[in-house]
Design a binder for this molecule. Structure first.
Ligand SMILES: Cc1cc2nc3c(=O)[nH]c(=O)nc-3n(C[C@H](O)[C@H](O)[C@H](O)COP(=O)(O)O)c2cc1C
Length: 208
């Protein structure tokens, strides 16, 4: 079982990073192989809307996103984490998500009919972690939803959504045992869901 953590903050020792790591560590205890990606380490151009991926489901832009596509395809589950930047995800996270557009397929003569790659290949599972400074959830704006909606469109079921509210200084969220525990529980639940899915697949192969 493989789980990929993706951090959309450039603060490597920040709140998002800390909570994504806590979730991954809990998943490891449930026998997951994990990998952690800091999007800031990768050069990811914006999607240019060229539709070059339309027939191939491959993005034509040759940049570091090409290193991340195989990781996404291999992973049974994903943990996306972003701090709130002006009520939304960071620009890096948005670029990363937009570049997953190649994993959407639209009917040639009817763009209202479409499927996400993982809907077609077998759904995958995701955890979303959003972190903001203010103490009112309204000040987080669309951060969580900006990750949830695209993940769902791509064919992921969201196992847990964590809205970690009221953390400003880098790493502050890790001082809050409740926030860390929430992240750990999300990672554990993600790994357990994937294990169960694999168990059911094995059982069904014996039956049919
Ligand atoms: C450009 C920028 C915009 C921000 N916008 C918001 C905001 O709209 N609402 C909020 O509550 N916090 C906002 N913050 C604060 C961060 O979300 C907060 O400090 C968070 O803990 C940073 O996470 P990190 O440590 O993972 O980078 C903003 C911070 C920056 C740098």
């Amino acid at each position: 079982m493989k789980i990929l953590g993706v951090v959309g903050s450039n603060r490597k020792h920040g709140n998002t990073s800390g909570l994504v790591k806590a979730a991954l560590q809990a998943a490891e205890k449930e026998n997951a192989d994990t990998a952690l990606v800091f999007l800031g380490d990768y050069s990811i151009q914006d999607c240019v809307g060229c539709e070059g991926c339309k027939d191939t489901m491959r993005c034509v832009i040759k940049d570091d996103m090409q290193k991340l596509y195989p990781l996404l395809l291999e992973a049974d589950g994903i943990i996306l984490g972003s701090p709130t930047y002006f009520y939304n995800i960071t620009a890096t996270m948005k670029a990363f998500i937009d570049r997953c557009y190649c994993f959407e397929a639209f009917a040639r003569d009817d763009r209202a009919s479409w499927v996400g790659l993982h809907e077609a290949l077998g759904i995958k599972y995701a955890v979303v972690i959003a972190v903001c400074e203010q103490h009112d959830e309204a000040d987080m704006g669309f951060t969580a939803e900006a990750m949830i909606k695209p993940l769902e469109a791509l064919g992921y079921r969201i196992i847990s959504t964590i809205k970690a509210i009221g953390y400003f200084k880098a790493g502050e969220a890790l001082q809050d045992e409740r926030a860390v525990e929430n992240a750990r529980n999300a990672g554990k639940k993600l790994a357990r869901t994937i294990s169960l899915r694999k168990e059911v697949e094995r059982k069904m192969q014996e039956i049919i």
